[in-house]
Design a binder for this molecule. Sequence first.
Ligand code: AHR
Length: 502
Amino acid sequence: MAKLYINEKKKKGHINPEIYGHFSEHLGRCIYEGLYVKEDSGIPNKNGMRSDVVNALKEIRVPVLRWPGGCFADEYHWKDGIGPKQSRKKMINTHWGGVLEDNSFGTHEFFELCEQLGCKTYINGNVGSGTVQEMSEWVEYMTFDGVSPMADLRRANGHEKPWRVDYFGVGNENWGCGGNMTPEYYANLYRRYQTYVRHYDSAAPIKKICGGPNVDDVNWTEKVLETCYAKPAGGKGFHGFMDGLSLHYYVHPGGWDSKGSATEFDEKTWYLTLEKALYMEELIRMHSAIMDQFDPEKAIGLIVDEWGTWFDVEPGTNPGFLYQQSTMRDALVAAVTLNIFNRHCDRVKMACIAQMVNVLQSVILTEGDKMLLTPTWHVFHMYKGHQGAEALESFFGEELMTGTEETPVPALQESVSLKEDGTILATLANLSVSESYPVEIAFAELRPRQVKAAILTGQMNAYNTFEEPETVKGVPFQDVSVTETGVSFTIPACSVVSLEIS
Ligand code: AHR
């Protein structure tokens, strides 16, 4: 019996909706085909954005979208993607698959997509191969309402009013594909570039995201904060030069050189994958400890703007397209990762799964006019109530372990929040491939009256195909009872459960 304690009296922080954010890059079939099919496509679309995909994304309430990369961001020159489409520059996407990039999806199209999704905007600027002037002009083009060369150019291109840029990333992975810089060098460049990310709309200042570490590179975090988060002695409320520091972490069970198949794996690899997913918590603790030294008030957020599984590409597909299937294993990775973010919502202010459609751990896959929802989509659907809720203290009385001798992992993992309507949302993951566990939930004082539950479960490598798109899907979970003191049920092996308790 696993006993889960929920202290509905103890709020642990606000779960910023942006924790449920997404990332879309000019990579493979994410933007082109996945999201954007052009106006004259036979696939139903609105202003070029495919309607089936947009509708499915609206269902999971996408809060924010990051674009145009990734590594692509530090090679992207935004002026190539504006103006009449027929005269936009055509080029080769040398970074991802060597295919033609016709720049038909650019700044205007990105804002159109975000408008259709009803989400916030996160633009990633080019530090690696772009100039300060180029970045500064992009911000002017997007956000300035007055008379200026860039605002006038935007108007000439058909958009009278400025858009709202909620977040602006100053470079991407500048320790790697974004310029192979040292932290000291990048930190100084960051200070310089971010100066020209002007707040033209003082009522809606742009939140600036500084390029953060690769996985566990704490030296990067420390050096960059030292230079970029300046705080006068005793000067409260001064936010230095950034609003957030990014962190990227991908889960690949065999390491970079042997990531393994997305669908063919054994139990050993299952547990190894989940152990690596759980490592996210360690990473957050590690980097937060350093951030706490510079920013004890937690004014700046840790922005995990790339996370998810990264396996070998689907056999027969372009290796540069990073197209992979998504199984129950991905669902469990998503469930435990989102639970971790919820529990660390005091520091993690935004996170973007990589990537939205057809690339890495996508929530949606497409093939021509067909579309399927991956198990990861279903997890986002079950968890969407956490967005904007207050995280609550929760813990298991005794930690049950599962896994193999070499890879023991906790069997059950959870996060809990209090929604605005007074409902408590508990999301639980059972990491065991074979064991189900009876669970009893107890509260500090609450005596629940009713529970509405959903479950996502299946064989560890079950996945949806275009022929059978509903093999894995979230369904109502009936076997849950309200007891005199709480809630009880048995959580099946290899499953994700959400409980809305009132
Ligand atoms: O998401 C794919 C790539 O992974 C991104 O372009 C890059 O930022 C990261 O290395």
